[in-house]
Design a protein. Structure first.
Length: 413
């Protein structure tokens, strides 16, 4: 991009058409971009080129009426800080491959977005106004005698660039399955159902997903199930409207992001939520789970998990089948849990080799299913003789022996 070859300004305008950005290498265009960047200043901007042939100054006429000059040398120095935030995308301007071009975008450290595009053959510059108050002024040019305000219009050339705004889960799924699309450019604010969105995805780049607006989502069932590479920072998601998180991270073997701050107060289903999430071990003990009914297999083979969850209100939970099945690290005090509504504790601690907490005070009077509850829980050695198991219909001999004083009350099938 030799600036000596440029003459004049060729502005192009954005339209609403959807495009598919393709990630490109930074170094190939970095210096050329920085050389022609004008730093962001809020408000309306008029840009004029200094008539002086040697200085190559760029004047900024700011909304407040002040003026400032940035030389090419200063812009290059400015680039040292911009470099960290620069992101590049390549996309077609038109179907005509002879008019293909590049769109560049980056963020400064304040989160302000910059955009600029060029035509590969004609080296055209463009500037999209983001809004009257957040307009970013950038262009490529080299005409030393330029003394006109940019109009940012050219009916002969169209540039395609947009934020994708899917309205249905199907539309969203098509976008996330297109591996060339950065997830940060998808507006998810209209989506209510994200169930199985990344199920068995081959995607490895989840950058931008942290920006998603999930405030209207109600269903996240199996959202990242078997998404083997997923481990993005989604700590700031607003999940306050989600009701179903069943199997959400089931088989997401890399996932270990801090989601301790999530508001899960409306969630009713957490069954299999972290099943086979073998890396997960985050402090979720302050979650408000009082509306959850299903915790079956929640930590099934979550072999790393060992966080304190004694403060959980599980008083509405009915199903704890396989909840800590082969959760080989778990050994936290859950003696204060109110399990009075639980009906199913089958396989609850099967293979939980480390678990040995005093749960003798649990009210299990509504439990009907206790088969294999402590099978292969090799460390468990607590006195459960005070348990009322008069409602139990199904139990294995090993569990029955643990509750030796009450086993005569067990009804066999």
């Amino acid at each position: 991009m030799n600036h000596k070859e440029k003459r004049g300004i060729y502005n192009v305008s954005f339209n609403e058409k959807k495009a598919t950005p393709i990630n490109s290498e930074l170094e190939a265009i970095e210096n050329a971009i920085i050389e022609y960047v004008i730093h962001y200043v809020k408000g309306w901007h008029n840009i004029k080129r200094d008539k002086g042939r040697g200085a190559e100054h760029i004047k900024l006429h700011l909304q407040q009426g002040s003026e400032g000059e940035i030389t090419i040398e200063e812009l290059l120095n400015l680039g040292k800080s911009i470099r960290e935030y620069l992101k590049i995308f390549k996309e077609p301007f038109l179907e005509d491959e002879n008019k293909s071009g590049k769109v560049y975008e980056w963020q400064d450290k304040n989160g302000i977005r910059f955009r600029v595009a060029t035509d590969i053959n004609r080296e055209e510059g463009l500037i999209p106004p983001l809004s009257p108050s957040d307009e970013i002024i950038i262009s490529f040019y080299s005409d030393r005698n330029l003394n006109q305000k940019m109009q940012f219009k050219n009916p002969e050339v169209e540039a395609y660039y947009s934020t994708y705004t899917p309205k249905t889960k199907e539309e969203l799924k098509d976008l996330v399955n297109d591996l060339s699309i950065n997830l940060g450019y998808i507006d998810t604010s209209k989506i209510t159902d994200m169930s199985k969105l990344f199920f068995q995805t081959s995607r490895t780049d989840f950058s931008g997903i942290e920006k998603w607006d999930v405030s209207n989502v109600e269903n996240m069932y199996a959202m990242f199930e078997e998404a083997a590479s997923f481990n993005a920072d989604i700590s700031k998601w607003n999940v306050s409207n989600v009701e179903d998180m069943g199997s959400m991270f089931n088989g997401a073997i890399s996932f270990n992001a801090d989601i301790s701050g999530w508001d899960v107060s409306n969630v009713r289903d957490m069954g299999c939520m972290f099943a086979y999430a073998t890396s997960f071990n985050q402090p979720i003990g302050e979650w408000k789970v009082s509306n959850v009914r299903d915790m079956a297999a929640m930590f099934n083979e979550a072999t790393s998990f060992n966080q304190p969850i004694e403060n959980w209100d599980v008083s509405r939970v009915k199903d704890m089948d396989s909840m800590f099945y082969c959760a080989t690290s778990f050994n936290q005090d859950i003696s204060n849990w109110n399990v009075s509504n639980v009906e199913n504790m089958r396989c609850m601690f099967i293979g939980a080799k480390a678990f040995n907490q005093d749960i003798s005070g649990w009210n299990v009077s509504n439990v009907t299913e206790m088969r294999y509850m402590f099978y292969e829980a090799k460390s468990f050695n607590q006195d459960l003789s005070s348990w009322d198991i008069s409602s139990v219909e199904n139990i294995d001999d090993e569990t029955k022996d643990l509750i030796c004083n009450n086993h005569n009350n067990v009804r066999r099938m």
